[in-house]
Design a protein around this ligand. Structure first.
Ligand code: FAD
Length: 472
């Protein structure tokens, strides 16, 4: 059968991994086709993930800051929320970026094909879309088909009051009572938004802390603030069964510990958001027809150059493994394109930062204190409480702190965690410090501007070195 389209490089999926790979491949001279099942480029991150969630989180932060302003004599009164306008704002932010991607594809002569792509052989993909069925033949391919929300069984998914994160970002209404199943990053970000908009929010989490993966001390200021704001949090708890009733969704709970009763009774909720993780799309693209190995869960194993077991086919992003983060996907996308174009490169990044854009934000990078303990690593910690930061005091947000983890033998930084407003922006310096192999003295001797929250980074290093004992 004759191919409808031939290309040097085919990229399947246009999320942060896919578009980065396609653009880099084109910049390196490879004739590139980008296949995407949706009408806009950008994948989960731009359309229904990172970007829209941060746009609505900004609105939540403004609502909270306006309420807080009455503490220093400025009263804005009760906010009047026009949901249609907020949704339009979020859509405008997303549209701005997706349009930008369309323009950047054109500039580079990346051919974009809309439709669902599936492998039919090691060098061919069939794309079914509005324009009919097309056969694409490629020399090399980068699979960037991403992930989707796990649809936990036991919930009536055909009832629109049961939501995944995409539904929640649609902002259909502000439910009086919202249940968030899953106290990870996505669940807590959406809880933050809906609580600020006026919902009474309950969060249930299976594990024994919110934001599993982050150090418990980093999570505590967030948990305390949520409690103060009236968010009910139930740990070691799972939603056991959900019945759709006319007046709401009746949810029963179970303790995660066998034989123990749940700390929360069955209740009616107006909406339920299920945010219990994301599943890779590796099993949905007929990868076997190309001979590409896929694990049972749908991950595609790759080597340090992002190659699958089939040498001319690469894979990147959420579907190659955790952490499922946009900046990991873009990094991998660039690497795969460069290797495909003949560059001798491999994955060398030491760390990938994680950020929860909750209020306060929680950010961490490298080895966590919990992980260091579990592995028996000889580490020491330098911690700077923001109660001693002039800037944090001025902001009225002293609950944060900055914690640096050092290897005791070399005093080199191996990890860091920050909780507080803007923690996500502050963590980047520490990712760089780890990449550069900085010692505590390097960080402590670097002059940080005053008065900024970033000073807390230098101070935490000095606390570790013992060059400041008094917090001033
Ligand atoms: P994706 O973004 O999933 O893109 C894959 C693309 O492939 C999709 O557009 C899909 O339609 C397309 N596709 C799949 N199969 C086919 C096929 N067969 N044919 C054609 N097209 C196909 N990460 C962060 O780093 N920071 C954040 O703040 C953040 N916030 C998030 C908030 C939410 C609510 C969610 C859900 C996720 C968030 N993430 C965040 C995670 C981030 O969105 C993902 O890690 C990132 O999008 C992964 O990029 P990717 O390129 O691997 O795949």
């Amino acid at each position: 059968r004759k191919a409808d389209v031939e290309c040097r490089m085919l990229v399947l999926g246009s999320g942060p991994g896919g578009y980065t790979a396609a653009f880099r491949a084109a910049d390196l001279g490879l004739d590139t086709v980008l296949v995407e099942r949706y009408a806009t480029l950008g994948g989960v991150c731009l359309n229904v993930g990172c970007i829209p969630s941060k746009a609505v989180l900004h609105a939540a932060a403004v609502i909270d800051e306006a309420a807080h302003a009455s503490d220093y004599g400025i009263d804005f009164g009760k906010p009047k929320i026009t949901l249609d306008k907020l949704r339009a704002y979020k859509d405008k932010v997303v549209g701005n970026l997706t349009k930008g991607l369309a323009g950047m594809s054109k500039q580079r002569k990346v051919r974009v094909l809309e439709g669902v792509g599936k492998f039919v052989s090691p060098n061919e993909i069939e794309v079914v879309g509005a324009a009919g069925t097309q056969l694409l033949r490629f020399e090399q391919c980068i699979i960037a088909a991403g992930s989707q929300a796990v649809k936990l069984p036991g919930f009536p998914w055909d009832d629109r009051r049961v939501m995944d994160s995409t539904d929640a970002l649609d902002l259909a209404d502000v439910p009086d009572k919202l249940l968030v199943v899953g106290g990870g990053i996505i669940g807590l970000e959406m809880a933050t938004v809906y609580r600020a908009l006026g919902s009474q929010v309950t969060v249930v989490e299976f594990m024994d802390q919110l934001m599993p993966g982050a150090d418990p001390d980093l999570v505590k200021p967030l948990a305390d603030r949520l409690k103060k704001q009236g968010v009910a949090v139930h740990l070691k708890t799972k939603a056991a069964g959900t019945q759709a009733q006319k007046d709401g969704l009746k949810v029963a709970f179970e303790s995660a510990e066998a034989g123990k009763p749940a700390s929360i009774e069955a209740q009616l909720f107006d909406r339920v958001l299920v945010a219990v993780g994301r599943a890779p799309n590796g099993n949905r693209i007929d990868a076997d027809k190309a001979g590409v190995n896929v694990t049972e869960r749908g991950f595609i194993p790759v080597d340090r150059q992002m190659r699958t077991n089939v040498p001319h086919i690469f894979a990147i992003g959420d579907l190659v493994g955790n952490p499922m983060l946009a900046h990991k996907a873009t990094h991998e996308g660039k690497l795969a394109a460069e290797v495909a174009a003949g560059e001798k490169k491999e994955w060398v990044a030491r760390v990938i930062p994680s950020v929860a854009y909750t209020d306060p934000e929680i950010a961490w990078v490298g080895v966590t204190e919990t992980e260091a303990k579990a592995k028996g690593l000889q580490v020491g910690v330098g911690k700077f409480p923001w109660a001693a930061s002039g800037r944090a005091i001025g902001l009225g947000r002293t609950e944060g702190f900055t914690k640096l983890v050092f290897d005791e033998a070399t005093h080199r930084i191996v990890g860091a965690g920050i909780v507080g407003v803007h923690a996500g922006d502050l963590i980047a310096e520490l990712a760089l410090a780890i990449e550069m192999g900085c010692e505590a003295a390097d960080i402590g001797h670097t002059i940080h501007p005053h008065p900024t929250l970033s000073e807390s980074v230098g101070m935490a290093a000095e606390v570790y070195e013992g060059t400041i004992t008094d917090l001033y």
